[in-house]
Design a protein around this ligand. Sequence first.
Ligand SMILES: CC(C)(COP(=O)(O)OP(=O)(O)OC[C@H]1O[C@@H](n2cnc3c(N)ncnc32)[C@H](O)[C@@H]1OP(=O)(O)O)[C@@H](O)C(=O)NCCC(=O)NCCS
Length: 235
Amino acid sequence: MSTQSLVLRHGKIEQPIFFAVADAIAPQEFLSEGEKKQLAGYQFAAKQQGFLLGRLAAKRALGALLEEPDLRQIEIRSGIYGQPLVRHPRAGGVEVSVSHSHGLAVALAYPAEYPTGIDLETVAAVAAATIIGELEASPPELTWLATGGVDDATACCVLWTAREALGKALRIGLNSPLGILALSGIRAESEGVWAGHYLNFPQCQFRSRVQGGRVLSLALPKEADLRELPRLNPH
Ligand SMILES: CC(C)(COP(=O)(O)OP(=O)(O)OC[C@H]1O[C@@H](n2cnc3c(N)ncnc32)[C@H](O)[C@@H]1OP(=O)(O)O)[C@@H](O)C(=O)NCCC(=O)NCCS
């Protein structure tokens, strides 16, 4: 479990945002009464675990941003599209994005002025051939798949998670044809880090970090930038 403090820069404005990773479920004292009811409604243990890890990561990130040590005071409800909605006396203008994958959950708490989405995927869980068929890949993506020097499963994870991160930032999820969220201008930024834009959403950019068999992607406004990308294991 870790919480990282990051800085989002927009011109001369610097905004603190917080990233949290959860890999173990703490005692459930961090859940509000409403969240306990939501948890009880999930039939399968895997869904319950994902929900708990996701809520824990989200509340750690929000707790740091809102300076709220009692995580039960922060409530996260699900909106009509599944989007997380933050409830707290100081939560006006604060949002969170959550993802869980195979025993790990990540969350990013950020100011609502800068819509941001996050997605995590485990490379080993990906069947590249199936995913390539679903992506409705754009010409720039097909070129990158052929020439980017990344194995198919990892490359598909980048293309998938960057789409899902944008779907979350825009609050539409993945309920539209996936080609709408396609990438363009994909470039290597540093070792294991890919960056670029979205073909149909030129006001947004993505960053993807490939680390330890997982891919973590963020979608954020093009005009804003992160001083450093979150890490799954910062130490
Ligand atoms: C957004 C979506 C794709 C996330 O699904 P996922 O990959 O299974 O799960 P992740 O762990 O990465 O993310 C789940 C979290 O995303 C967040 N989320 C869900 N829908 C969201 C939306 N519309 N906007 C923003 N965030 C959303 C929630 O916080 C959720 O966690 P929670 O339910 O515990 O609060 C999914 O909810 C969705 O839109 N499904 C549409 C149908 C679909 O899956 N299509 C696939 C196309 S082939």
